[in-house]
Write a protein that binds this ligand. Structure first.
Ligand SMILES: NC(=O)C1=CN([C@@H]2O[C@H](COP(=O)(O)OP(=O)(O)OC[C@H]3O[C@@H](n4cnc5c(N)ncnc54)[C@H](OP(=O)(O)O)[C@@H]3O)[C@@H](O)[C@H]2O)C=CC1
Ligand SMILES: CC(C)(CO)C(=O)C(=O)O
Length: 328
C-alpha cells in the first residue's frame, strides 16, 4: 500500500517506519531536523518485546510528495493539524488524523470534507533513543474511525496488523477519543512529577491526582451525555480511575496485567516541555475544564493542572505537589 505520513515526528516516524519495514511504500513528510538523518541512515524501530526492525522510507519536506498516496496518516500535534490538512487539500487521498484530544474530527472534516476525513488514536507511547532509533514504550492498540465497509481504512488496519501494530476500527470515533483523553489526563501529571511514567504511576499521590482529573472528566461527560468506551483489554476509564486509588503494592500487581510500560517511557507532554515546546494541555485538561463549564460540573483539579503546565511552558518550575493539586 502507498502510505504517506504528514508530520513525521515521534509517532509518525514510528508508524511509518514499521509500515515501511513490513514492505509498504511509505513516504515521510516532516522537518529536515528530524528527517535528514533518517533519509541517509534509515530508521531502527524497537518494540516492547525487544524486537528490532530496520526501515528506509522515502523522506521529503514538501507535502507534494504525498500526492500519489492512497492514504495519509497525519501525525502533527493538534495545533498544527489544520495547516497540515490544508497542505494536502488538492490531493485525492483519505487522511487519518492521529492526534490526542477530541478536536481532530472537527478540524479534518472542516478542512478536507467529511468523505476524506477520518480520526483515530495511538494508545501507546514512543521514545527516541537516538536520532534514528525509536522505541515503542507502552502497549495498546491503534483505533481508526471506520465508516461501514470503509475500503481504505480496512486496508490500513490490515497493513498495521501485518506490521505487528495491533489496530482496529470504530464508528463513531468520538467516544474512543474521549476515552483516550481520559487516559491522557496523565500526560500533564507525568510532566509535573518530573519522573518516568513507571515511577510516577508507582506513587499513589500522583495516581490520586490522575484519578481526580478523570473523575471530574467522567462527571462532565455524564452530564454531557457522552459514554466513554473501553480502549482494549480491561482499559475501561471508569475502572481505571478507581484502580489508580489502590495502595502501591496492589497497584503494582494489577497494573502489569493491564498495560506494559518501559522504564524509559515519559508522556509526550513531558517530552514537549523538555524540548521547550508548547504543550497540548488546552486539548486535554483544558477540554475537560471547558466541557465542565458548559455542563455545570466543577473541575478544580484539572484547572490547577492546567495552571501548573502553563508555568512550565514559561520555563518556571511546576511548583506544586500532588497534595496541593488535590487540595479542596
Ligand atoms: N509521542 C507519543 O508517544 C504520543 C503522541 N501522541 C499524539 O500524537 C500526536 C503527534 O505527537 P508526536 O509524534 O509526539 O509529535 P512530534 O512533535 O514528535 O511530531 C510532529 C512533527 O510534525 C511536524 N509538523 C508540524 N506541522 C507540520 C506540517 N504542516 N508539515 C510537516 N510537518 C509538520 C512537527 O514539526 P515542528 O516541531 O517544527 O512543529 C514535528 O516534527 C500528538 O497529538 C500527540 O499527543 C499519542 C500517543 C503517544
Ligand atoms: C503515554 C500515552 C500513551 C498515554 O498517556 C500518550 O498518549 C502520550 O504520551 O501522549
Amino acid at each position: 500500500m502507498r502510505i504517506g505520513i504528514l508530520g513525521a515526528g515521534t509517532i509518525g516516524s514510528y508508524l511509518g517506519g514499521r509500515l515501511s519495514a513490513a514492505g509498504h511504500d511509505v513516504v515521510l513528510v516532516g522537518r529536515p531536523r528530524v528527517l535528514d538523518c533518517i533519509a541517509k541512515d534509515g530508521l531502527v524501530l524497537e518494540d516492547l518485546d525487544g524486537s528490532r526492525r530496520e526501515a528506509l522510507p522515502r523522506c521529503a519536506s514538501d507535502p507534494g510528495a504525498l500526492r500519489d498516496c492512497e492514504v495519509v496518516l497525519i501525525t502533527t500535534k493538534v495545533a498544527d493539524l489544520e495547516e497540515a490538512a490544508a497542505s494536502i487539500l488538492r490531493h485525492a487521498s483519505i487522511a487519518i488524523g492521529l492526534q490526542n484530544g477530541v478536536e481532530a474530527p472537527r478540524i479534518l472534516r472542516q478542512v478536507l470534507g467529511a468523505p476524506r476525513a477520518r480520526a483515530g488514536i495511538v494508545s501507546w507511547n514512543a521514545v527516541w533513543r537516538d536520532e534514528r532509533t525509536l522505541r515503542r514504550s507502552t502497549s495498546g492498540p491503534v483505533v481508526i474511525e471506520q465508516r461501514g465497509e470503509d475500503a481504505i481504512v480496512l486496508r490500513v488496519l490490515a497493513a498495521l496488523d501485518r506490521a505487528g501494530i495491533p489496530a482496529k476500527g470504530a464508528d463513531p470515533i468520538e467516544p474512543v477519543l474521549w476515552s483516550k483523553l481520559l487516559f491522557n489526563l496523565n500526560n500533564a501529571v507525568n510532566a509535573i512529577s518530573g519522573v518516568s511514567l513507571a515511577d510516577e504511576l508507582a506513587q499513589r499521590g500522583w495516581r490520586r491526582v490522575v484519578s481526580a482529573c478523570q473523575r471530574e472528566g467522567l462527571d462532565a461527560l455524564r452530564e454531557a451525555g457522552i459514554s466513554p468506551v473501553r480502549l482494549g483489554g480491561t482499559m475501561d476509564p471508569r475502572f481505571a480511575s478507581r484502580m489508580l486509588l489502590v495502595p502501591d503494592v496492589i497497584f503494582r500487581a494489577l497494573a502489569g496485567r493491564v498495560v506494559k510500560i518501559d522504564a524509559a517511557a515519559r508522556s509526550s507532554m513531558a517530552d514537549d516541555l523538555a524540548r521547550g515546546r508548547k504543550t497540548e494541555i488546552a486539548y486535554l485538561q483544558g477540554a475537560i475544564v471547558e466541557l465542565g463549564e458548559k455542563v455545570g460540573v466543577p473541575t478544580p483539579v484539572n484547572r490547577r493542572v492546567v495552571e501548573a503546565i502553563r508555568r512550565m511552558e514559561r520555563g518556571e518550575p511546576a511548583g506544586v505537589t500532588a497534595e496541593q493539586l488535590l487540595a479542596s
